[in-house]
Write a protein that binds this ligand. Structure first.
Ligand SMILES: Cc1cc2nc3c(=O)[nH]c(=O)nc-3n(C[C@H](O)[C@H](O)[C@H](O)COP(=O)(O)OP(=O)(O)OC[C@H]3O[C@@H](n4cnc5c(N)ncnc54)[C@H](O)[C@@H]3O)c2cc1C
Length: 420
């Protein structure tokens, strides 16, 4: 039986990431004996210094208000708010998306004290949960499965660097630098990240990051970039027939609960962890709650992804123009982007029509009926030679790496797509 580890009555959670720690905190606060097992040496080690964005537009309610309502202490981790984002069009025009509220909160992932992972870890421990690192457990022996990605649907790679540039965010839609996806620049308190996401599987994928860095250096000449390390990893996007199976709860990325279009997953990870814990303590029904609260957004994102897979820079440009036009009219850049993420009748019909062609069955899903979005093949237009500036950036990185700089995705189970 799930969670029976040694026939004790304790609840065992597989994975001490955001979803597992959120669940552990709620359960331990309710007086349950909770053991969280993680194969890595610490929470956040999967990301090691990566900046990630908590988007604040996809739902009517602010995520930080939700966290407070669920009993989490926001002062336990650092979050930097932005109300303006450079929107970088595919033809290199840069406009600004602005909002009177909060567009993004940037948090750091990793093992430093101020990261969101360590903030959640401290709260789980304070609530009484026991966390076992470097602990390998069987899925069958755990009640909550919270171990992140299994397969690969997309990847993201970035470089962390020192900079004296003021805090800033840029979000770029460019199908060459980020095939089927986007790249971004985040600068917080003297540390920068330039990252590109690949929604099509590439050979020599390091050229995408090098060329993206070259692009940002050319358009933001005051970066004064001093490379520190490279970060990144894979994302797993699945639709499951059951989110609770044989007494086990599949939360966060283990349940495929992420935004298929652009990969936002932290909010759903924490939320699903809370929902699973609530079910266990008799305050909800996980399967029903996931379908009610999360799946409408996941399904919408599947439709969005299907549409994104069919377009390129021409449509990205039209999107940027439509976004800016709407912002001018309504005075808030979040409204247009928010609408893109919200469920609509059209997108629910599209979802039904496209999923049979878009998703592939996972035969090893222990009866859960998992269908995964496969990593798409490269297109002809993805084959290009690096610019001399990008080659120089690659060489600079090789030199920094030879001197001991780290690559966080080196330990990622998925190694066949990682840059050299
Ligand atoms: C490069 C990158 C950038 C991203 N950027 C954003 C962003 O900007 N905004 C956003 O919202 N989302 C982003 N995401 C997605 C987000 O990181 C995930 O959706 C989120 O972390 C999922 O949380 P989780 O709890 O499911 O998994 P995680 O937080 O990854 O935790 C899983 C834990 O399980 C452990 N584990 C793995 N296998 C086992 C096992 N067999 N046994 C025990 N433990 C195991 C891991 O070590 C890890 O600690 C990004 C993802 C990547 C890869």
């Amino acid at each position: 039986m799930a969670g029976d580890m040694g026939a004790d009555s304790a609840i065992h959670i597989m994975g001490a990431g955001l979803s597992g720690l959120a669940a552990a905190t709620v359960l331990a606060k309710a007086g349950k004996e909770v053991h969280v097992h993680d194969i890595r040496e610490d929470s956040g080690a999967r990301f090691d210094g990566d900046f990630q964005a908590l988007e604040n537009w996809s739902m009517g309610v602010d995520f930080f208000d939700q966290l407070k309502e669920w009993g989490f202490d926001l002062s336990e981790f650092k979050a930097t708010e932005f109300d303006v984002v450079d929107l970088i069009h595919p033809d290199d025009v840069i406009t600004q998306a602005t909002t009177p509220s909060v567009a993004y909160r940037i948090v750091e992932r990793g093992t430093s004290d101020h990261t969101i992972d360590q903030g959640f870890k401290r709260q789980a421990l304070a609530a009484g949960a026991q966390i076992h690192y470097k602990s390998r457990v069987k899925e069958e022996d755990c009640t909550i499965i919270a171990c992140g990605p299994k397969g690969t649907s997309a990847v993201a790679y970035g470089e962390i660097f020192k900079t004296d540039h003021p805090n800033h965010i840029g979000f770029q839609l460019n199908d060459k630098l980020a095939p089927g996806s986007y790249s971004y620049l985040i600068i917080i308190d003297g540390v920068g990240l330039i990252c590109t996401c690949l929604w099509r599987k590439q050979k020599k994928s390091d050229r995408f990051l090098n060329e993206t860095i070259a692009w940002y250096e050319a358009h933001y000449p005051n970066l004064n970039r001093i490379p520190i390390k490279r970060v990144g990893g894979k994302g797993d996007f699945t639709i499951n027939s059951n989110y609770k199976q044989d007494g086990r709860y599949y939360v966060g990325e283990s349940g495929g609960l992420q935004d298929f279009m652009w990969g936002f997953g932290m909010r759903m990870a924490v939320w699903s962890g809370v929902l699973a814990a609530n079910d266990i303590i008799g305050k909800g029904d996980y399967e029903a709650d996931v379908r009610k609260h999360l799946m409408p957004y996941v399904r919408t994102s599947v439709s969005n992804r299907w549409l994104m897979n069919r377009v390129g820079d021409g449509m990205f440009k039209r999107m940027c123009n439509a976004w800016m036009k709407d912002q001018k009219k309504r005075g808030d850049g979040l409204l247009w982007i928010g609408k893109l993420f919200r469920p609509t009748f059209f997108k629910s019909i599209l979802y039904r029509l496209v999923t049979p062609f878009m998703l592939v069955k996972d035969p090893k899903s222990m009866g859960r009926g998992v269908r995964r979005m496969p990593f798409r093949k490269a297109l002809k237009r993805d084959v290009w030679e690096q610019s001399p500036e990008a080659v120089a950036i690659g060489e600079q990185w090789n030199e920094v790496r030879r001197k001991g700089a780290k690559v966080s995705f080196a330990k990622d189970a998925e190694t066949d797509n990682k840059p050299q």
